[in-house]
Design a protein around this ligand. Sequence first.
Ligand code: SRM
Ligand code: SF4
Length: 580
Amino acid sequence: MSIEPIERRDLSRPLEELHPNERLKYESRYLRGTIAEGLADPLTGAISERDTPLTKFFGMYQQDHRDLRDERRRAKLEPRYQFMVRLRLPGGVCTTQQWLALDALARENADGTLRLTSRQTFQFHNVLKRNLKRHIRGIVAAGLDTMGACGDGNRNVISTANPLMSPIHAEASALARLLSAHLMARTGAYREIFLDEPPAAVEGEEEPLYGRTYLPRKFKIAITVPPQNDVDVYAHDLGFVAIVEDGRLAGYNVLVGGGMGMTHKIPATFPRLGDVVGFCAPEEVIAVAERTIAIQRDYGDRKDRSHARFKYTIEDRGTEWFLEELARRLGHPLEPARPFHLESSGDRFGWARGADGRWHYALFVENGRIEDFPERKLKSGMRALATEHRGVFALTTNQNIIIAGVPAAERPRIEAILREYGIENDASTTALRQNSISCVALPTCGLAMAESERYLPALLDKIDEIVVAAGLSRQSISIRMSGCPNGCSRPYLAEIALVGKAVGKYNLYLGASANGDRLDALYRENIGEAQIIEALRPVLNRYAKERRPGEAFGDFTVRAGVVRAMPYGRDFQRELAEAS
Ligand code: SRM
Ligand code: SF4
């Protein structure tokens, strides 16, 4: 397929009028900058400030260990610079051999752990500059890469977990891989800098889709297979909902303009649910995605990065405008959207039988962190499973993992390994905890205002006491924590959400739907642990007594008037202001 020509609307204005990152990208020689020189400099653990936005396009983030900041400052040392490295893993599937390779790389070059992310991939933390190239080479040698995992381009394309579940799941996963490959940056910089390959001759534009300034901001795509909405399809710049008719995939409904990130008390920023704008045939999806990205490339805000996500382009210009622009570029309009029904954004734990009779075990991984805990030898257990299991591992967007493709005869062996390492899903774990997601936050995230991953398990111990006493231990309720309002755990789509404001202080949100089609609303602002517990106890107790059959917690809080059903778009912040 030919690539959408660049209209270069972004460069119709002088670069000086745009955000400094635009000039940086423009002058970077397709993201080369001076990264190679910076990596070779032995005098500092950092790369140059101008290169840090560029390495993000290659899935690498310069960070420093925030717990060590003061100590190092006192010792007159530079910060403990280190890199977070994120994989591109469209659809979230890896082989057992790849798992073993990643496990070894984590021990050799990173902090020894693997972190499953809320976008169905792996992160490594604490990779030192001197180990970075070796680390990337190890990833590439395992048949994987980190291209576009961060940066102003198309991010890891996610799809409903586990392609082995059914032929439709397999098609969705294959589509995620196709989209990811098609929308990947083409620059040779990655191979030259990290793999030491000589520059290859390029005919014409090195980036035919993105041009020299790439996108104004990150762009995220999700594909969901109803009734599951594990991917939170409404939270995406571009979403596809598989429409199955007479047992076969008829095509996909298209959603545009979703996103989570906002800034506390800045009304111009807000989470937004995507709008369902139409339907397209399976063979049209790549063209729809490419044209949509091109529209954002040409019309997205390149002056103000806090207003540069596609959701603002859609909010400002409207879906009618978008549909006309898309039809012009596609040569025809989208078809009308078809009916669909979503049930839950959570994962289903334990064994499930797939369409071909094989079995799949969804394993709960608290906050996605793969390491050996005193009672639960998760890292060693996963290594043992990777050695024995003949299927694949399917990562979920809820930071869990599915041991996928187990023949019935091999189930006992898998179960024995799970038991041996103490990692099988524990019947005493509440459904609330199983439905929890937390972002990484401290000590690595430079934007964290409060703890998240390191704190949520302990807070859940306390909330669990209420839940168990109220008889709700098997009631599925989603709870998500983010260390800042950027919302990496997609908190504004959780039935209970805690969003960091300052050390030990959170905004508490309630009232999202369980299937991910309604945002939550601010319930209490800037509260600490005791107030969180105090605020949740009566609401959970009321829910236990007053809920209607089958009523989800989020729906109850809205029906009972605890919070108002939340509008999306600009009104979100207005409602927040009124609530606080
Ligand atoms: Fe995120 C920035 C971690 C999913 C919205 N996110 C960051 C950074 C890179 C911090 C930074 O810019 O300095 C975090 C690195 C922390 C660390 O130490 O590892 C970070 N985001 C994560 C992960 C690892 C959270 C997790 O614990 O799983 C997720 C990695 C996903 C992946 O594999 O690609 C992650 N981030 C998300 C999501 C959820 C999603 O995509 O489904 C969102 C909300 C959806 C959205 O984009 O609207 C999200 N992250 C952000 C934002 C706010 C963007 C915005 O539109 O305002 C930032 C900040 C930014 O981009 O400026 C951010
Ligand atoms: Fe960091 Fe904020 Fe994302 Fe958490 S939500 S990982 S604190 S940027």
